[in-house]
Design a protein around this ligand. Structure first.
Ligand code: FAQ
Length: 331
């Protein structure tokens, strides 16, 4: 079907004005676009890019927390973390399926991830150094993911919007699970509280970067808003996240690593300091401390799983042949 230039694709289209106007009218009327509906090629490519990258983020996102499954401090913590990491794997699979409805195969998407063509969220290129990082990831990373994904439940593309509903319910359990770890640590011994503070110090700024570049540098933002793929801009969501999260940190008795963070009565929101965009782009372009390892682990998993994919295909071929043989025998 479609195969070329899927990731990072440009959004310009060659369809005629009347076609684009009809499509935009459907979007403006809040109709859901379904897989077999006519759609501009730019719309399809934008979705393949975003959904594919979202799926990769869920799958690569299993790795930082997976690092702590064998070292969780109790059986209860281990069971909850195991379930959470499995949920993320499930999210990746729904999302690959949603992208496949747009005519791209999972193999193609995986190859683009492994070759470095397709991005995944910058946040997963930071290391998980202590148990408190598992609390911080649930609280902040899942918290940021929810803020970004709740509006995606209203995305104009039906399969993506529907996949997001269950994903958001699960992310909200993950966020509570992380916050509860932070509550336990922050209310524990001074050493435990220090672990929680250190995790907040390291994860705060990378969590803000998850929302993407500043609106003025967001390449796809305007068009994705027009097509109602995105319902809020990167900066709008970042601000909502800060406003929701700061009181939660204060309740924990922790301090945010930002001297410029303060309530602004006029805007009824928090002002916050400047994000280090050089760090963001360095990590996005592969220069984070964990980028190489993350891709190496995914490559190994893909290669180790080759025999399973081959066996499943061989099994499917045999079943098909058996079915055809018995159909012919019955005729
Ligand atoms: N990291 O023009 P924009 C999770 C790229 S899931 C890396 O603003 P757009 C669950 C962007 O792709 C987390 N790259 O792009 C979990 C584009 O490059 P391209 C993932 C980034 O698409 C929790 C370029 O910069 N969530 O956490 C990042 O309009 C715990 C220009 O940017 C989603 O993917 C970044 N942070 O807006 C799992 C949600 N930001 O493609 C495990 C769906 C931007 O041209 C444990 N995605 N870039 O080569 C979205 O909402 C959007 O794609 C944005 C970016 C908002 C991420």
């Amino acid at each position: 079907m479609y195969s070329q230039g899927l990731i990072g694709a440009k959004t310009e289209t060659e369809e005629d004005e009347a076609f684009l106007a009809r499509f935009q009218a459907r979007i403006d009327a809040e109709e859901k676009i379904e897989p077999n509906d006519p759609m501009p090629e730019g719309y399809r490519r934008t979705l393949v890019r975003q959904i594919g990258q979202h799926a990769h983020s869920e799958i690569v996102g299993m790795l930082p927390e997976g690092n702590w499954i064998t070292r969780a401090p109790s059986l209860k913590r281990k069971a909850a973390l195991l379930a959470k990491v499995q949920d993320e794997g499930g999210h990746g699979l729904y999302l690959y399926c949603a992208a496949e409805t747009l005519g791209v195969s999972r193999e193609e998407m995986t190859e683009e991830l492994l070759s470095g063509k397709a991005k995944y969220s910058s946040i997963f290129n930071y290391p998980t150094l202590t148990w408190a990082d598992i609390g911080a990831i649930g609280w902040l990373v899942d918290g940021a993911a929810i803020m970004n994904q709740i509006p995606l439940c209203r995305c104009s593309y039906g399969p993506y919007a529907r996949a997001m509903i269950r994903v958001c319910k699960e992310e909200s359990f993950h966020q509570r699970q992380g916050y509860e770890i932070m509550m336990t640590l922050a209310g524990g011994t001074p050493e435990q509280k220090e672990l929680a503070q250190d995790a907040l110090n390291r994860w705060w700024w990378p969590s803000l970067m998850m929302f993407g570049p500043h609106d003025s540098a967001s390449q796809h933002g305007d068009q994705s808003m027009k097509w109602k793929i995105k319902r809020f801009t990167n900066d709008e969501l970042r601000q909502k996240f800060v406003d929701a999260t700061v009181p939660q940190g204060e309740y924990l008795g922790l301090t945010f690593p930002d001297p410029d963070l303060k309530w602004n009565e006029d805007k009824q929101g928090y002002d916050f300091g400047a994000i280090d965009w050089d760090e963001f782009w360095r990590v996005v372009k592969g220069g984070g401390s964990m980028n190489r390892e993350r891709i190496a682990v995914r490559r190994k998993a893909w290669e180790d799983g080759a025999w399973v994919r081959e066996a499943a295909l061989a099994h499917a071929d045999k079943r098909r042949a058996r079915r055809e043989a018995s159909k012919m025998a019955a005729e």
